[in-house]
Design a protein around this ligand. Structure first.
Ligand SMILES: *[C@@H]1O[C@H](CO)[C@@H](O)[C@H](O)[C@H]1NC(C)=O
Ligand SMILES: *[C@@H]1O[C@H](CO)[C@@H](O)[C@H](O)[C@H]1NC(C)=O
Ligand SMILES: *[C@@H]1O[C@H](CO)[C@@H](O)[C@H](O)[C@H]1NC(C)=O
Length: 478
């Protein structure tokens, strides 16, 4: 008996000495839920007072302009095959676990995380037929958002269809979003209500009609320079090693697999906000913050301030907004439509915020400064700016000027993003004098021509050098 007790104690100490420490990431009480462009709206905006009418003292709202991103959707056509491979990958992880490949690792996945993973199955409905379609959750969150706007601005979002103009794009996601939104606004009357609507892809996705942007930004390697810098850092490689060890691999799994797991994790949390995703349990909070920063770097240079051309593309939305407000200025009686409501994509939300001058950092974010205070305090953050159901609103108010309330002019515009004030220089918590809006955004709207989109590329570097050399030689000769 003594002998068996002693051997039991010995065994415990051996296990101790090997330092087996299991990581149970699914049990985290405060999981990190900011997943860039695939963040659920509720995670992005904890604590918004949703159902409350929005009041600006001394002012009456007379018009609202609203730009919305769709809710959560199925994996896109180009994501499906890579993500589907997670089924095989899951089998490999389980095999690792059974074969005891974890023995030498001090950071293996804990049994309950493995059990969760074991129960996970790829949903066969996630196939090409339904690729990219709005999900049930995306439908409901869109209805809820419409209801929230209606309770904030009951005088503008009425039951009269002539108070509205909807603009969308002719595809499943956009038209389903339109249906969900109008159901949220009009409830059971929505069906028979033929609200004014038009399809306008040039306005809502100008980047699809801009070969110069596609060539010089979207498909240009240089756009991702900062992202490459970040992902070539030692700590990024170490992150991949750590994730591999956690899953029982004694070699580094490839980066595409890490990204697929990340996609699955964030889709899971967007489709079902409550259920724990086994794929999220693969990542620590620090891993998730790095992956989030990587997407911020990508979007900053593709759609934001990182590349000058990006600031021009969002002008189509700004011009639409300015044209809409002009209908309402200087009229004694209310004009129709009172609400212009658009449905678009994350890219356009980011382009528009950039054209409006929101979320602007004083210095560019880079692949080198992740650990600095500047990066931690950065304004540019995709999870906050462009989650699912992201939205930008501009509300025109007619006011009685009152110096105490800092209302200096009879017309004011309130800018909101995701139902919170959008901070713009020269404005007061999102509330701007019309004169400022007119000067600053009027300039953006008046100069909104996308002729540059069809222009030739930058002067070819080689030709440029050649010209310089020839010019130099001429100087020497004469
Ligand atoms: C996708 O799944 C649905 C339902 O399971 C099925 O009817 C459809 O044929 C599938 N499409 C493809 C391309 O496999
Ligand atoms: C651009 O990217 C492609 C594909 O990733 C790569 O083959 C090529 O070498 C890159 N070019 C430069 C200049 O980095
Ligand atoms: C990798 O894991 C080790 C051991 O737990 C830890 O000290 C280190 O910070 C991790 N590195 C990264 C980049 O997460």
């Amino acid at each position: 008996m003594w002998w068996s007790l002693i051997s039991a104690l010995a065994l415990i100490s051996v296990v101790r000495c090997q330092g087996v420490r299991e990581t149970c990431l699914s049990g985290d009480e405060e999981p990190y839920l900011l997943f860039g462009t695939k963040t659920a709206y509720t995670f992005s905006h904890k604590g918004i007072p949703v159902m409350r009418s929005h009041e600006v003292p001394g002012c009456q709202p007379i018009a609202i302009w609203l730009l919305n991103r769709h809710g959560s959707h199925n994996p896109e056509a180009d994501e499906i095959s890579e993500m589907q491979r997670l089924s095989d990958f899951k089998a490999n992880i389980l095999a690792n676990y059974r074969n005891g490949n974890f023995r030498n690792s001090n950071q293996r996945m804990c049994p309950s995380d493995v059990n969760l993973l074991e129960r996970w199955e790829w949903n066969p409905r996630q196939n090409m037929t339904f690729a990219g379609d709005l999900t049930t959750d995306g439908y409901i969150s869109t209805q809820q958002l419409a209801q929230a706007w209606r309770s904030k601005f009951p005088g503008l979002l009425t039951d009269n269809k002539y108070d509205y103009l909807f603009k969308y794009v002719n595809d499943q996601r956009s038209s389903t979003t339109f249906r969900a939104f109008t159901e949220g606004l009009f409830r059971d009357q929505a069906e028979g209500m033929d609200v004014p609507k038009e399809s306008d892809e040039k306005l809502l996705r100008p980047y699809k009609f801009c070969p110069a942007w596609t060539r010089d930004v979207e498909e240009n390697n240089e756009t991702l320079t900062q992202l490459r810098t970040f992902s070539s850092k030692q700590e990024y490689k170490e992150m991949i090693t750590n994730i591999s060890l956690r899953l029982g691999f004694n070699y580094d799994i490839n980066y595409e697999t890490v990204l697929s797991m990340y996609e699955m994790c964030r889709y899971n949390k967007a489709w079902d906000n409550i259920q724990i995703s086994p794929w999220c349990a693969v990542f620590t909070k620090e891993d998730l913050m790095r992956l989030e920063y990587a997407e911020d770097l990508e979007t900053y240079y593709k759609y934001g301030y990182g590349t000058p051309m990006n600031q021009k593309l969002g002008c189509t939305a700004v011009k639409d907004m300015m044209d809409f407000f002009k209908i309402h200025l200087d009229h004694e009686t209310p004009q129709q439509p009172k609400a212009t409501i658009h449905f678009t994509e994350a890219e356009m939300i980011l382009f528009t915020l950039t054209a409006l001058g929101g979320y602007r950092d004083s210095a560019p974010i880079t692949g080198d400064n992740f650990h600095t205070q500047t990066a931690r305090d950065r304004k540019w953050g995709t999870s906050i700016m462009a989650p699912f159901n992201a939205n930008i609103a501009a509300v025109l108010y007619k006011c009685i000027p009152n110096n105490n309330l800092k209302i200096r002019e009879p017309y004011q515009v309130l800018f909101l993003t995701n139902e919170r004030p959008l901070y713009i220089d020269g404005c007061n918590v999102g509330l701007c004098d019309w004169s400022l809006v007119k000067t600053r955004l009027g300039l953006v709207a008046d100069n909104c021509e996308l002729n540059f989109c069809n222009g030739a590329g930058k002067v070819n570097g080689f030709v440029g050098v050649l010209v310089a050399i020839i010019a130099f030689c001429f100087r020497l000769l004469y």
